[in-house]
Design a protein around this ligand. Structure first.
Ligand SMILES: NC(=O)c1ccc[n+]([C@@H]2O[C@H](COP(=O)([O-])OP(=O)(O)OC[C@H]3O[C@@H](n4cnc5c(N)ncnc54)[C@H](OP(=O)(O)O)[C@@H]3O)[C@@H](O)[C@H]2O)c1
Ligand SMILES: *[C@@H]1O[C@H](CO)[C@@H](O)[C@H](O)[C@H]1NC(C)=O
Length: 279
């Protein structure tokens, strides 16, 4: 009975995660299209959310130095590794360097701090969190970490065209990802197209508008046609645009719901309607 239970759990984990599509970064690494966001999640609740997500099948976690939760995120990850739910190499971990008052040397130190907090020997992706202060110099610290093999891919966040152009003037390692705010009333078409042209993958953050999209009547009515929630429609819309998306919740029911977006498809008309939604 116990063996059978374990077996079916292992199979469920295997087959759920096998269904999650990924985006191949130019660095050669695969980035799962859905990850768990962890902004404003701290302490026990974020540790538990990470554990729940990994059990449900998530293989991608998004954190940041400034979130002050890397230690608990790391604990959640390691508890599930010890339980045999996954291996480190099955997981994609993103963190971000806080740019205010930062520079090349401090950025490298911040990354080493994140490695220690998360208790891992490498990170999958590190981003410059915002284009603040001397962000091109801060980005060079990420390049140092990349060359030292502390980080598999590096990138940027909240960078619009002019910021991308500026960082590319001095970059020796092209950013693999740009993480920007995308939700149904902020489709970011121009920046997404610019990144696509440059071979930079795009992650859409705050896919639920930090919760503000949940009650949206357009998303709710589209969802009703598919027996899905507004949240699932907003997340699916990003998947179908070939974006990576990182919904956040600390509630197991929502974490599971947000992951169940691979068993339906939006129609071309529905996608068009969402693309044209206005704030
Ligand atoms: N790079 C950047 O500058 C940046 C900026 C913002 C966010 N991010 C990243 O993107 C992640 C996601 O963005 P976000 O945290 O702003 O918000 P979000 O994912 O757009 O929305 C999260 C909110 O929606 C609620 N929620 C989640 N799933 C739900 C569901 N199925 N039904 C109803 N409510 C649901 C959550 O509730 P509960 O948590 O209470 O369950 C939470 O209040 C962040 O956590 C962070 O990792 C990055
Ligand atoms: C850190 O990781 C190691 C394995 O790499 C593990 O044995 C140890 O328990 C982890 N520590 C914490 C606090 O999770």
């Amino acid at each position: 009975m116990r063996v059978l239970g374990l077996l079916s759990l292992a199979m469920a984990v295997c087959c759920i995660s096998a269904k999650v599509p990924s985006i191949k970064l130019y660095t050669g690494y695969e980035m799962p299209q859905i990850g768990l966001g962890t902004w404003q999640a701290k302490g026990d609740s974020v540790r538990q959310a990470v554990k729940d997500a990994l059990e449900i099948g998530y293989r991608h976690i998004d954190t940041a130095f400034i979130y002050g939760n890397e230690k608990e995120v790391g604990e959640g990850i390691h508890q599930q590794i010890q339980k045999g739910v996954l291996k480190r190499e099955d997981l994609f971990i993103t963190t971000k360097v806080w740019p205010d008052g930062c520079n090349r040397q401090k950025a490298l130190e911040m990354i080493k701090h994140s490695l220690k907090e998360l208790n891992v020997t490498y990170l999958d992706l590190v981003l410059v969190h915002f284009p603040h202060d001397d962000y091109a110099n801060t980005y060079q610290g990420l390049e140092d970490a990349y060359n030292q093999k502390l980080v598999r891919s590096i990138g940027i966040s909240n960078f619009m065209k002019s910021h991308i152009d500026h960082v590319l003037k001095t970059a020796k390692v092209k950013p693999a990802v740009n993480q920007i705010n995308i939700h149904p009333t902020l489709n970011q078409d121009e920046t997404v197209a610019y990144c696509n042209k440059l071979g930079i993958a795009v992650t859409g953050y705050s896919p639920l508008g930090t919760g503000s999209m949940i009650k949206d009547p357009t998303l709710t009515s589209i969802g009703a046609k598919h027996h899905k929630s507004s949240a699932q429609v907003a997340i699916r819309w990003q998947i179908e645009r070939n974006l990576i998306t990182i919904p956040k919740s600390v509630n197991k029911k929502y974490i599971k719901e947000d992951f169940e977006v691979f068993d339906f498809k939006l129609t071309a008309d529905e996608i068009k309607t969402i693309n044209n939604m206005k704030a």
